[in-house]
Ligand binder design. Structure first.
Ligand code: SAH
Ligand code: SF4
Ligand code: F3S
Length: 461
């Protein structure tokens, strides 16, 4: 019998992509074949995100397409997995295209759920009931085993891998759905993490990215010792074969200086910090329950720059939070001017059902104003990035090559017929240059000849 074909599509963050990769590997292991086209598939899995309304809307419109596909392929099985599956649960089965619903904590069960549906054609749901109070220890053991068994970089960028160090989130920013779909914060044991990193290094992985919603909250107590992110960075640095270590995302509250010192002292730890501020207005930060003021955030950024020279910092912002006045937005503009980020991500506030902000505050900033503020902040950051990036002109930087560049920028190919490649510096700058495709997954030195806000261009040196 021919192997059943599975297509998996990810709509979410790095965590979501890691989950997709684990599920893909588990299914391959069980004899399924992966396909990158839903039209050829026997099973389509959509790994969903709930963080903003538009992330969910994209899923709904994709489900519309799958409903249509089912007309020509009635045996097609469609699974909705991930955060939106956890949020909506059985409600999703009301959609005519959906056969399987599984939350982020149920990824290990997905292969069995597919088997079941293939044999009895019944629709099935598996999510966590009462996600904030369910005991997660046993669940974590299952997930740990699954994670360890099916990690691999095959579905990701060559020679790079993500390693989850914690699950869930306990910060409860008032606008955010993540604590309700990913559950309570649970750190994995340092042993499990380091064993996994060693295994990945044996497979040739050169860069690992430690993942958590708030990685700097990592804490694990064992034999009376408390392990923190700084300890993990040190332990991971000792793994032969691993050259670069990244970690995302950090939260500004309780960011321990030992992490900054680890970044300064350990050569393998990349000097890149993604640390969202969300707003520059103290009133809004308070309403968001972020736990710091704009001045405290900026003090931290200064401290980070002092301790880790040449650190690159990226931020996230939400514009149009309920009650955000022009003055509040101006405070955000001022913060962006002072922080001098490498880059930042700007999002328009999107009310999420069940969150505190949604329950208590009206989404009272009109779409036009949200759009304007979004554009203004991005334009400001573009100017800052353009200016900042000029310092690279004529410099030679080291990059880890990801592969051929999807967009063509300068020369599609050079005199030797080499394609355009994309790589990243340890500080997360994107560098585009021509070179042989065999460089994918390798380190390379590139001399920068041109700079723009989001990209550096150069030549192999
Ligand atoms: N755990 C990470 C990222 C969470 S989600 C962190 O705390 O940094 C990624 C980003 O989405 C957040 O940083 C925030 O800027 C944005 N976001 C979260 N909820 C949102 C909402 N309801 N509306 C708009 N943007 C939101
Ligand atoms: Fe959401 Fe805040 Fe947790 Fe980030 S820290 S995932 S924004 S609740
Ligand atoms: Fe990630 Fe979206 Fe879930 S940001 S954790 S996939 S809600």
């Amino acid at each position: 019998m021919n192997a059943k074909k599975v297509h998996i599509k990810s709509f979410g963050c790095q965590m979501n992509k890691l989950d997709s990769s684990l599920v893909s590997n588990a299914l391959k292991d069980k004899g399924y074949e992966l396909t990158d086209q839903s039209e050829n598939a026997d099973i389509v899995l959509i790994n969903t995100c709930s963080v903003r309304d538009n992330a969910e809307n994209r899923v709904v419109s994709h489900l519309g397409h799958l409903k249509y596909l089912k007309k020509t392929n009635p045996t097609l099985i469609v699974g909705v997995i991930g955060c939106m599956a956890q949020r909506l649960g059985v409600e999703l089965l009301a959609h005519p295209a959906v056969d399987i619903v599984a939350g982020p904590a149920q990824i290990a069960q997905i292969p069995d759920m597919i088997e079941q549906t293939l044999s009895d054609h019944k629709r099935t749901v598996s999510i966590t009931d009462k996600i904030r109070i369910t005991g997660t220890a046993d669940l974590s053991d299952d997930l740990n085993d699954f994670e360890f068994a099916y990690d691999s970089d095959e579905n990701h960028i060559h020679n790079q891998a993500f390693v989850r160090i914690m699950r869930g989130c306990d910060k409860f920013c008032t606008y955010c759905i993540v604590p309700f779909v990913r559950g309570p914060e649970v750190s994995r044991s340092p042993q499990a993490i380091i064993d996994q990193i060693k295994k990945l290094a044996d497979k040739g992985i050169k860069q690992i990215t430690l993942l958590g919603q708030t990685v700097n909250s990592y804490v694990f107590v064992e034999n009376e010792k408390t392990y923190t992110l700084a300890d993990l960075l040190e332990m991971a640095s000792e793994v032969d074969g691993i050259e670069w270590i990244r970690f995302i995302t950090s939260h500004p509250k309780h960011f321990d200086e030992s992490i900054l010192r680890a970044m300064a002292d350990l050569p393998k730890v990349c000097k890149y910090l993604h640390i969202p501020a969300q707003s520059g207005s103290d009133k809004i930060l308070k309403a968001m329950n972020r736990g710091y003021t704009a001045a405290e955030y900026l003090d931290f950024i200064e401290r980070a720059k002092q301790i880790v020279p040449d650190i690159a910092i990226a931020g996230d912002f939400i514009v149009g939070f309920p009650g955000e006045t022009d003055e509040d937005f101006q405070a955000t503009v001022e913060l962006v001017k002072k922080a001098k980020y490498k880059n930042c991500f700007v999002f328009k506030y999107s009310p999420r059902p069940g969150t505190d902000t949604d329950k208590k505050l009206e989404d009272n900033i009109g779409e036009e104003i949200k759009k304007q503020r979004n554009t203004e902040l991005l334009e400001l950051q573009t100017k800052i990035s353009e200016e900042n990036n000029k310092k690279f002109l004529g410099q030679t930087v080291e990059v880890l090559v990801e592969g051929p560049s999807k967009k063509s920028h300068l020369n599609k190919s050079d005199n030797d017929g080499n394609p355009q490649l994309i790589g990243r510096t340890a500080t997360d700058y994107i560098v585009v240059f021509n070179g042989p495709e065999s460089l994918a997954g390798q380190f390379a030195k590139v001399t920068i000849t041109k700079t723009a806000a989001l990209t550096l261009f150069g030549q192999l040196s």
